[in-house]
Ligand binder design. Sequence first.
Ligand SMILES: [Zn+2]
Length: 244
Amino acid sequence: MNFADLTSPEIDVLHRGPTPVLLLPVGAVEPHGPHAPLDTDSIISTTVCERVAWELAGESAMRVLVLPPIRYGVTRYAAAFPGAVSISEAALETLVIDVCTAVREQGFRHVVLVNSHFEPEHVAVLRRVAERGHAVLFDVTRRRVAERLTEEFRSGSAHAGRYETSVVLAARPELVDAKRMHGLPEHPVDMPAAIAAGKTDFIAMGMDEAYCGAPADATAAEGEKTLATLSAMLVDLIRDRITV
Ligand SMILES: [Zn+2]
């Protein structure tokens, strides 16, 4: 299931079987409140990719594999908090394009970017890469897609709250500081509205602990449900957009 777990001869054999489809998880190293790991976005992307690869493992026409994730992203909004490690738009663009080009030169024509970090400058890079035909982008910030996600996500309180924390509780529970999580008051912030109003960092948005929404209400059960929804949408995208 993981591309990089295979040996070189095993990669070669892929070209003689069902059409390979490579999923590239994308995240960011970014503070997610005082309770969730910096790696939250990569954990979400990677888990969705792995579930989809598992779900489609029986397909006769395609073979889905997960590339090693791109765990660094453009993350300036969280710059005031310890642990924010941002790369530039240019670096992200080069990295994603180089990976897509390298696998294409190896004969892999289908790459799907699966992103879970929604800072507009970061998403813009991925959209640009997709528009230029390097890859297909699974973009959950599109309204049609977001409508199928939880109420908190749709409200715009989409950072380190109930939505994201629930997914981490489902995927990597040992990385959530549950004691701190349960003590956090609900803090609704409409992030898209704040961004549209020109606020470009968490502090200006009133997120003085680098989270919004209601992380104390997060549960692994909700995270499982969200992972199932995201996986189903990614399967639909692969079936719609990838011609095997
Ligand atoms: Zn996040």
